[in-house]
Design a protein. Sequence first.
Length: 95
Amino acid sequence: MKIQNDASASTGSACLKKATELFYVTHPKVPKALLGPFLSEADAECGRVVMRSPDAVVTSVLFDSIDDFTRGRAVNNGNVCRAFAGAHDREVNHG
């Protein structure tokens, strides 16, 4: 089951706890994430496109909370990868 950003996730008790899902671009030949974190799967997908590797995949991890630095980094990563993915699309479609 996929949990969207800031969705409620069961913690094993009767209470529901707010969780944040962060997305990463990973590759089976590399032990850690190549790109990330991202706040949305769509932003991570842009990162996967930018990687230009057919084996790169988008994965996600749920966190109880994230700090302001990590949230800012995730926003920035999304902005950068959307910009590069847009440039890549323009090259493919017009170049």
